[in-house]
Design a binder for this molecule. Structure first.
Ligand code: UD1
Ligand code: UDP
Length: 367
């Protein structure tokens, strides 16, 4: 089976790494699997610490195709990706196109494959925020409705698909990000020097990430979030903020300064090993990231989500994640509450760490 995998953004490299490693493991033992994976990097993310670092750390092979699309508006970026992906698929004629998550790279790959009548496999199918102003919601709904194999991370994701009339080809695999977390957390603990470098002690700091368009492109929300983080830090809470390049630009454009005296440590975005080590040792996590919300849960660290809704509702129901939105006082109240929360990690909520194996099983079964 020839599978063309289309990835382009930071979380997709992490998700694809575990599936790629499972495909390679099986193809080394030819009795187990016969899949050939052709990796296409759209170039949506391109800075060293948004792209290359993940290939190096997570042992992802060099992409067969690098489309070097770069940044742009949603329409122009997606269109450039589509035209280049079409050229690749015309050469490769794969049996399947494999896409991940909900980025513009996901949608571009899915539209082109669907129009060429190549079946699409979607990893992380069925997630919904029910907020159609989010670019990711549009990307994921459209991709799901074009896919023939839909690998869902949770029972709720499966139920969302059923509600939209999608019942064929749905396989509940669990979450590939849980696989990745389990596979890399010990390596991260052994290799990462980030706590020493930043002079942090375990459990003492709050880890924060902000990058969601609804926060960066709304001056009021961005200002409120950073006012809350500053106030937390003035109250003595050390905060570490690996900064997404989108947010760096938004802070500059809105003249939001983070002085050294705030106690907020602003650092460049970090690689996955440093990131999961930072998460595992944090006392508290504040984020608008989908992946980081779940990793907080996997690590048993209380999380505040800087959004009005989440796709990962299980974490909220489990009492591990508080949806605080982007109002300053609500964020501060949530932090007080979260600091007194003990997170109990329930086994199986995001699968058993074998989502990648189940995904590759399903390709093997199609031979
Ligand atoms: C994208 C995804 C989002 C995902 C996030 C993961 C879409 C619609 N959004 O958002 O779902 O959560 O990736 O991080 O696909 N930039 C750089 N260097 C880079 C990459 C980006 O400077 O290597 C800057 C550029 O100014 C760019 C901006 O960040 O315009 C936004 O990048 P883009 O890929 O459009 O969206 P993300 O916010 O990263
Ligand atoms: N991540 C990382 N370095 C960072 C910030 C995040 O490696 O500086 C990882 C994080 O551990 C998670 C993934 O990137 O696995 C989440 O990606 P992101 O927050 O960019 O996107 P989302 O999950 O919201 O789509």
């Amino acid at each position: 089976m020839n599978v063309v995998t289309i990835i382009g953004a930071r979380p997709q490299f992490i998700k694809a790494s575990v599936v790629n490693s499972e495909i390679r493991k099986r193809s080394e033992n030819r009795d187990l699997g016969h899949n050939r994976e052709i990796i296409v990097h759209t170039g949506q993310h391109y800075d060293y610490n948004m792209s290359r670092v993940f290939f190096d750390e997570l042992d992802i092979p060099e992409p067969h195709y690098h489309l070097e699309v770069g940044s742009g508006s949603h329409g122009s970026m997606t269109a450039r990706m589509m035209s280049k992906i079409e050229e690749v698929l015309n050469v490769e004629h794969p049996d399947w196109v494999l896409v991940y998550g909900d980025t513009n790279s996901t949608l571009a790959g899915a539209i082109v494959a669907a129009k060429m009548h190549i079946p699409i496999a979607h990893v992380e199918a069925g997630l919904r925020s029910f907020n159609k102003r989010m670019p990711e919601e549009l990307n994921r709904v459209l991709t799901d409705h074009m896919s023939e194999a839909l690998f869902t991370p949770t029972e709720i994701a499966t139920a969302n698909l059923v509600r939209e009339g999608i019942t064929e080809g749905v396989i509940l695999t669990g979450d590939v990000m849980f696989d990745a977390f389990l596979q890399f957390k010990e390596k991260a603990a052994a290799r990462s020097r980030i706590l020493d470098t930043l002079d942090l002690s375990s459990g003492s700091y709050c880890l924060a990430t902000v990058h969601r368009q609804e926060n960066t492109d709304d001056c009021r929300r961005l200002t409120n979030i950073f006012s809350a983080l500053k106030e937390l830090s003035y109250g003595g809470q050390q905060i570490v903020l690996p900064l997404h390049p989108r947010t760096r630009k938004a802070l500059e454009q809105n003249n939001i300064c983070i002085d050294d005296n705030t106690g907020i440590r602003v650092i460049e975005a970090v690689g996955y090993l440093d990131m999961i080590h930072l998460e595992a040792n944090a006392g508290l996590i504040c984020t608008d990231s989908g992946g980081v919300q779940k990793e907080a849960y996997f690590a048993g660290v209380p999380c505040i989500t800087l959004r009005d809704e989440t796709e990962w509702v299980e974490t909220v129901e489990a009492g591990a994640n508080i949806l605080a939105g982007a109002e300053k006082q609500a964020i501060l109240n949530a932090c007080t509450l979260a600091r007194n929360t003990n997170v109990t990690v329930q086994p199986g909520l995001y699968g058993d760490g074998d989502a990648a194996a189940k995904i590759v099983d399903s390709f093997d079964a199609k031979h």
